[in-house]
Design a protein around this ligand. Sequence first.
Ligand SMILES: [Zn+2]
Ligand SMILES: [Zn+2]
Length: 176
Amino acid sequence: MILRLNEIKSEGEDFEWTETETSLTDNLKDVLGSNSFVATAHIMPSGSAYDVHGAIRSQCDLTCGRCLKSYKMPLDLKFHEILLLSETKNKTMIRGTPEDFEDVGALHIKSLNFDIGEMYREFIILEQPPYPVCSESCQGLCPKCGQDLNEKKCDCLGAGLAKDTVFSVLKNVKLN
Ligand SMILES: [Zn+2]
Ligand SMILES: [Zn+2]
């Protein structure tokens, strides 16, 4: 999804894309799969920098690291980014320095043909947890027999748990 930043009106422009926008879908299908999405952006030129407020709503298909089942993580993210054209001839037109934008996040771009789909993609990847779990209370699989402990307990882990409990009681005694 290439945006021509030099064609954006000086008062700023609003954009909205959904899954019917195939060029954005191409950017996002590896992170969103077949989930529908609505992506919006408000882009405002400021000298040779561009102020972008973006949002995207969708779902990600993730695999739980404990029970190995796939689940859907709701995605509702907003971001604010400053695009700075790196090799601009009119450097003095940039109001402020990159440091001024640090709390917002400045992204150096090389061309005014900006791939906004790639930006959405990166923010979605950042939003995904490094160790996905379907729920904080997920019991996972038994390491011995592979039983899904959310569905049914098995005997092998019962024995292991009892030992652990005795061990932690002993540890507590020592500490006290
Ligand atoms: Zn799980
Ligand atoms: Zn088991």
